[in-house]
Structure formats: C-alpha cells, structure tokens
Design a protein around this ligand. Structure first.
Ligand code: NDP
Length: 264
C-alpha cells in the first residue's frame, strides 16, 4: 500500500512541496504520494494527521510553532528552537524535526563567508535561522513589526528591534522571513527602513520563493546580489524527504529528482 504524506498550511495553495516530493517518489519508485491540506485551525493538526493515516508531513506558515506542541517527541535541532517543519509517524507517534535551518545554510553557501546578519521577522522561520546562525558564531540582529515575539531572540543573544527602535548598521546578509510579499505586495517594514537597510547590505535573501517579492525587487533595482527561497526550499525538502523514506534513498538521488521538479 502507498504511504501518504502532506503539507499543512494556511495558505497552502502556493506550496511546491507536493510537486517536489512526488517527483522523488515517482522517479525513484518509492511507493508514496504527497498532497496538500489547507488547515486553518492549527490545533487540529494532530487529529487531522492521524485521521488521514499520514506517514509524515511538512508544516508551513503559520503552524510551525503549533506543530511543535502537537508532536509526541521532538528530535534534533527542533528541540532547540521549538519550531517543527517536518513530522514523521513512528508507530502512531508524531516525531517532530526542523529541516528549514540547515536548508537555508545550504542556500547561502554561494554568498561566501558571512559574519553579521539582520533577520526581518520573528516567526517560526526566524527562530530556526537565528539559532542556526548563532551556532556558527555569527552576529544576529532581528527586527520585527511587533514587540511580543522578540523576547525569544533577546534570550538567545540577538540584538532586537521594532520598527521604531531600529538604527541601521552594515550587514553582510539581510534575510526576509516575514510573510510580507507572500500573498500581497507589502514590504517587510516601512519603505524608509528598507531603503536604509539596502543601502548598507552586501547580500539579500528572501524565504519566499517562486516570485520576486517587493523586497527582492527593491534589491534588484539597487543591483544588490539577492536570491529567493528556492534553494532553501530545496535544501529543507531534501532533508525532509530523507526522514520520510527513513534514509532508504540516496541523498544525491533525492536532490537530483527534487531539482527536476523545479523545471515543471
Ligand atoms: P510565521 O507566521 O511564524 O511568522 C511570520 C512573521 O512575519 C512574523 O514575524 C510577523 O510579524 C511577520 N509579518 C507577517 N506579515 C507581515 C507584514 N505584512 N509586514 C511585516 N511583517 C509581517 O511564518 P513562518 O516563519 O512560518 O514563515 C515566514 C515566511 O517564510 C513565509 O512566507 C513562508 O512561506 C516562508 N518560508 C519559506 C521556506 C522555504 O523553504 N523557502 C521555509 C520556511 C518558510 P508579527 O510578529 O508582527 O505578526
């Protein structure tokens, strides 16, 4: 019988995960299929997962922190950040992982050595990236629209700012982890702040993929080297797929097949 995997999110229609994982399963003859589930109420995650008899799942915006609480056991980097983007069903128990952070490190390799980073946003993705950057002894600043979520980052050792308290510095890399630009044409912060940041930054990355967000468009107009979230998506997807198939497929084969799906 075919195993079933899914991605949970709200919105979820934009997600390329079904295409990516199905390409791997089909090309590598792994008996599984991957679908998407539009989940509005994050507290229904576990119930829905078990009712559908899923073997595993990915979790996207805005449920990654709720997913952490829905799991029976958390392994690896997810323990540190309290954010889960991948769940595997082990004998009816939900085991939570985070593959976003390592996926992002893969994505920025080509920028060369990076020492100080500004993260825009303070949600689940920001938490994972901040903790991962600090693990590599990078200097991390975080700016968010609202104050509430910043305390986590302060405790971690980041300098934190709201739009009102921010004073621009020179950064090697600025990463947009807000969902501004995902389904709208908004910038992650007011334009004067974004302009001042872009005037002092070497590289720009956006976690959003598949579109030139208003933030990336500004970077492009200013001739700053930028990338969207496609490589991050690939990186986290390969690591998640390895967990789904319990390492029965070769990583290089997964990566090759998943990359093929980007051409579709
Ligand atoms: P969360 O819902 O956990 O966090 C969203 C963050 O965005 C919060 O800090 C929120 O601020 C901020 N925000 C939302 N709307 C706006 C706005 N209009 N202006 C300014 N700030 C805003 O989301 P996630 O961390 O799970 O995901 C964030 C983004 O990253 C999504 O677009 C997702 O698609 C993308 N992503 C891409 C991946 C990839 O593989 N490429 C992997 C993971 C995520 P506040 O606290 O004030 O509400």
């Amino acid at each position: 019988m075919k195993e079933i995997f899914a991605i949970f999110g709200d919105p979820v229609s934009h997600s390329r995960s079904p295409l990516m994982h199905n390409c791997v399963f089909k090309n590598l003859n792994y008996p599984a299929t991957y679908t998407r589930i539009h989940l509005k109420d994050g507290t229904k995650l576990k119930e829905t997962f078990l009712k559908l008899g899923l073997s595993g799942a990915n979790i996207t915006v805005p449920h990654k922190e709720t997913a952490y609480n829905a799991c029976d056991e958390i392994r690896g980097f997810a323990q540190k950040v309290g954010v889960v983007n991948t769940i595997v069903n082990e004998d009816g128990k939900l085991i939570g992982y985070n593959t976003d952070a390592d996926g992002f490190m893969f994505a920025i390799e080509e920028f060369g050595p990076i020492k100080n980073i500004l993260i825009l946003g303070a949600g689940g993705t920001a938490k994972a990236l901040a903790a991962r950057f600090l693990q590599d002894n990078l200097k991390v600043d975080v700016i968010n629209r609202s104050e509430g979520r910043l305390s986590y980052f302060k405790e971690l050792g980041c300098s934190t700012f709201t739009w009102d308290s921010f004073e621009v510095k020179k950064y090697d890399l600025v990463v947009n982890t807000t969902s501004a630009g995902l389904k709208d044409e908004e910038l992650p912060a007011p334009k004067n702040i974004i302009d001042s940041i872009l005037s002092k930054t070497s590289f720009i990355a956006d976690a959003i993929y598949g579109k030139l967000t208003p933030f990336l468009k500004l970077a492009k107009d200013k001739n700053i080297t930028y990338k969207d979230g496609a490589d991050m998506l690939l990186g986290q997807g390969v690591l998640a797929n390895e967990l789904f198939v319990n390492y029965q497929l070769k990583k290089e084969d997964i990566k090759y097949s998943m990359k093929e799906s980007f051409k579709l």
